[in-house]
Structures are given as C-alpha cells and as structure tokens.
Design a protein around this ligand. Structure first.
Ligand SMILES: [Zn+2]
Length: 293
C-alpha cells in the first residue's frame, strides 16, 4: 500500500483515501497575498499542522480515491510527468496510486476533474510504452469535467495541459462533460463551486446520514474558511465569484457535521468548519483519520 502519509476516512458506507504525491512548503503570499505572517499567527495553534515554523504554508498535492460499493472514483490526478510544469512532477506517484486501489488502475470507474489546472489533471494520461503516445491512465474509466470548465479552459491554458492531459482523453472517447451537479453514484455528486476556475466543482459524499466534501481549489488553506474574502489572487479566475462561493459553502458546512477534505491541505487533510460560541466561524483539524492498510 501507499506511503505512511496516506490517510483514510469512512463516511457512512463510503471509504475515502488520500494518496499523496508531495507536500511542499511555499510562501503564503505566493498563493494568497492576503495571508501575512500576522494573519497566520492569529490562527495558532490550530493552523500549526498546515504551516512550517517560518510561517510558510504546506501545499499538498494528492488524489482522493473513493470506494462506494462496487464503484471506484478518483478525484484529481496531481501534476503528472509530462510537459513543462510550474511545480515539480511526480513521476513515481502512479505506482503508489495503483497500489492503493484494489484491482489497480483498471478498477477505476470514474475520474473526476474538479477543474482543468495542471496540478489536478497530470496523471489523466500516461505514456504507452509501445507507441510512445499519451493514453488514458485509467483504461476503463469515464472522466468527468463540468461542461462550463471544458468549454472555457482552453482560453486560460497557460501551461499547455490540453495536448497532454485533455486531448488524449477526447481522442479515446472517454472524456464526458457533465452538468455541475452531476450525480456519479448513489452517494457521490458534484457540487458547483465556481470562481477559482469558470466551471470549478467540488465533490459531495453523503451516506447513512454522514457527509463529506472534497473542496477542490475553492480553498487552498483552511484559513480561508475563517477569512473567505482572502482569495488565491494569482490563481482565482473570478475573485468576487470565488469569495461568494466560499461564503455559500461555509454556510452549507458550518453546522460542523461535514467532514471537509481539502484538496491542497497536508495531513490531517480533513477537518470540520463550525460556528463557535461567539458566532464566528472556526476550523478544527480532524485528527482521527485511519491509516490505510
Ligand atoms: Zn490546485
């Protein structure tokens, strides 16, 4: 199975597993200029797992594997190993991902792309050893992306993901643009969270009265649940929309019952957003994750 950092959660009958590609320390300002060292210090001690001592934020790149009965769903596929990328590639990630899925890559039924940015679609494809061509990594999977995202992403494709991570799927006939509220299984559905990108979606899991939300990039650090007006200003496509999306999602999860799984949050990765006694929004890292076995 995967490395010791891999975490797993049970949400009703659904199992969700984190498979890590890497965690990198980056200055908060390189992603969210509104997060200064003073802002970080305001959020201690709960923020400590998400920062290093000098206050830089820990940015995780990982996939989530969701097992819902006989269906296996992968949410986002990290940086990959093709093309010129602004973050380090993860050439050995695919072996780890394969080991973490019972039945391997061919057991995956659906791949969700929360949005079409390079650090979420890299392992959509792999190189065929015989032909040298890029082919779908998950041979049986239907890849889903929101229609709005699919129709608009090429206008903002700064690092050329179309050729390596999208077009090979289109050629193979396995990429399916879907509505932003598309249902994947009985317990898993997309939830529109536009702003970071034009057609960005999150993923909601509801089973046996339990609930989880995979954020995608509507947030990059849990500080943004407490300070939703702080945007990933260099990366959010529409800052105002990203802010109103964060406010709407905070309202949706602030009763504290939703396990929030951050797409860029390092371990513990999961947490709860809740309204504290003074009425303010607070965040509690969820420390009781199981190790995957
Ligand atoms: Zn991202």
């Amino acid at each position: 199975m995967g490395g010791q950092d891999d975490l797993q959660w049970q949400v009703g009958d659904v199992t969700i597993r984190r498979v890590e590609a890497r965690v990198t320390a980056v200055p908060h300002g390189s992603i969210c200029s509104g997060i200064t060292p003073e802002v970080v210090d305001e959020h201690r001690p709960w923020i400590n797992p998400f920062v290093v001592d000098d206050g830089r934020m820990l940015l995780s790149i990982h996939s989530f594997v969701i097992i819902d009965g006989s269906s296996t769903v992968v949410v986002d596929t990290c940086v990959g190993a093709h093309g010129d990328r602004p973050l380090p590639q993860d050439p050995h990630f695919l072996e780890r991902l394969e080991e973490s899925i019972e039945g391997g890559l061919s057991a995956v039924d659906v791949v969700v792309c929360t949005h079409l940015h390079f650090d979420h679609v890299g392992w959509n494809t792999k190189r065929d050893h015989h032909t040298g061509e890029l082919v779908p990594t998950f041979p049986r999977a239907k890849y889903v992306v929101s229609e709005v995202e699919f129709e608009t992403f090429s206008d903002h494709d700064h690092v050329g993901i179309a050729d390596v991570s999208v077009e090979p799927l289109v050629s193979a006939g396995c990429l399916t643009p879907v509505a932003s509220d598309h249902r994947i299984t009985k317990h898993i559905a997309l939830l529109s969270t536009e702003g970071h990108s034009p057609g960005h979606v999150s993923v909601e899991i509801v089973s046996n009265g339990e609930r989880a939300l995979i954020t995608g990039d509507m947030v990059h650090t849990p500080i943004q649940f407490l300070r939703p007006e702080i945007s990933a200003d260099r990366f959010d496509f529409n800052v105002d929309q990203a802010i109103s999306t964060r406010r709407a999602i905070i309202d949706r999860v602030a009763d504290g019952t939703t396990l929030v799984l951050g797409t860029h949050f390092p371990p513990p990765t999961a947490g709860h957003v809740y309204r504290s006694a003074d009425g303010n929004i607070a965040y509690a890292p969820h420390l009781e994750s199981e190790r995957s076995v």
